[in-house]
Design a binder for this molecule. Structure first.
Ligand SMILES: [Mn+2]
Length: 385
């Protein structure tokens, strides 16, 4: 039973509430044919990613945006190698100082730097688990890749297969296949599937998510990355989301997870003290529509670091202001609060119009279905029975 007047609070969890969040942008799209993911950090920086985290009480900062060095101006491999080498060092140091690194790609090749650096930083305490949320497998080697693009190879590199210069980064730190799993895969080639199968890496395909539900699948995935590890990481390729909800990605693949479903599922990560770092990649601002994918990134971070549900407050406020000109329009009101999540409804009789602040307060506290009550809040689920 909730105490009367319980407030919406993030909850007693999350490592990030105890630690500062250090965000690093990777302005590099040179691992992909379409390099425009390199514009993602700048676009997301202005999408108020940091201010959202701060509004939740996190000590969050954007510490740096890495770009390929000028020496690598023509050579894509050098560009990716150079960025990953520097990225690995940065995240290694951030984690060693007990801060929480958040990496914003760039194309997915940056994962080589991120997770090698994190694995290296954890090494003395134990192995790293990694949850790879992606429409693709990203597990090609130079021998199996049809495209030659490095953003199709990072997972193989992290497992120890691929170009020796990339595999050797961060003193050759690597992941153990039994502590890695993939979620949301629906587009892949035979060569990479064969490697993962040979290594016995667990892959939760999209079909399995549809059959068993995302929450069930994530529970099993979490068990894999937590078992026997010193901590685990989460890398999210935005193309795991259905392109109808996330059009602004590098390589769209139809039939993905719905944005709201994914955000709901991500809230559980805020209660996982073992989560040591998170990465979101493959945002392509040039393909986005009305900033939908950028908002999704901000909401994803909100969900997984703060346990906040996909309640788009900005949109609700906007809608309320819009409807303020129409006294008969319905206003959404909270029905109840359940484990920090508010459930909303549009109550009959809950009109919204210009009026005194007190009148608005009365309306906000009105029980669903009644029209004239000025009684204090008697919202079901919120008060003792
Ligand atoms: Mn990917």
């Amino acid at each position: 039973m909730k105490a009367k007047g319980a407030r919406l609070e993030p909850g007693p969890f999350f490592s990030a509430h105890a630690r500062a969040v250090k965000t690093i942008g990777v302005a590099c799209g040179r691992g992909a044919r379409d390099i425009r993911c390199e514009q993602a950090p700048e676009a997301l920086c202005s999408a108020k990613l940091i201010s959202r985290m701060r509004s939740r009480g996190l000590a969050a900062a954007w510490v740096d945006t890495l770009r390929p060095s000028r020496h690598a101006s023509t050579d894509d491999f050098k560009a990716v190698h150079n960025v990953c080498r520097r990225l690995a060092k940065r995240v290694e140091t951030i984690l060693a100082r007990n801060k929480f690194p958040v990496v914003i790609g760039g194309d997915h090749s940056c994962a080589i730097g991120t997770w090698k650096g994190i694995a290296r930083s954890l090494e003395s305490r134990g192995p790293l688990g990694l949850l790879w949320v992606d429409a693709h497998m990203d597990a090609h080697t130079p021998d199996t890749t049809p495209s030659g693009m490095l953003h199709g190879m990072p997972l193989a590199c992290l497992l120890g297969y691929g170009d020796p210069q990339l595999v050797g980064l961060a003193a050759g730190a690597r992941l153990q296949p039994e502590r890695v799993c993939l979620v949301g895969v629906r587009s892949f080639e035979a060569g990479e599937a064969a490697l993962l199968q040979r290594l016995d890496v667990r892959v939760f395909f999209m079909a399995e998510i549809e059959e068993r539900g995302l929450d069930t699948v994530l529970s099993e995935a979490l068990a894999i990355v937590k078992k026997g590890t010193a901590g685990f990481g989460l890398t999210i390729d935005l193309d795991v989301v259905d392109p109808r909800d996330a059009p602004g990605v590098g390589t769209p693949a139809p039939g993905g997870i719905g944005a709201n479903e994914l955000i709901s599922a991500l809230t559980r990560f805020a209660r996982e003290p073992g989560l040591v770092s998170a990465e979101i990649v493959e945002y392509n601002p040039c393909r986005d529509r009305y900033g939908a994918t950028a908002s999704l990134v901000v909401n994803m971070i909100d969900a997984l670091l703060c346990g906040q549900h996909a309640l788009d407050l900005d949109r609700l406020i906007e809608r309320e202001q819009h409807h303020a000109a129409h006294p008969d329009a319905l206003l959404p009101i909270p029905l109840g609060i359940d484990e920090g999540r508010a459930r909303w409804t549009t109550a009959p009789g809950a009109t919204c119009g210009r009026g005194s602040r007190n009148a608005r307060r009365r309306r906000a506290s009105r029980r669903p279905g009644t029209t004239r009550s000025t009684a204090p809040a008697t919202v079901p689920g919120r008060n003792p029975a």
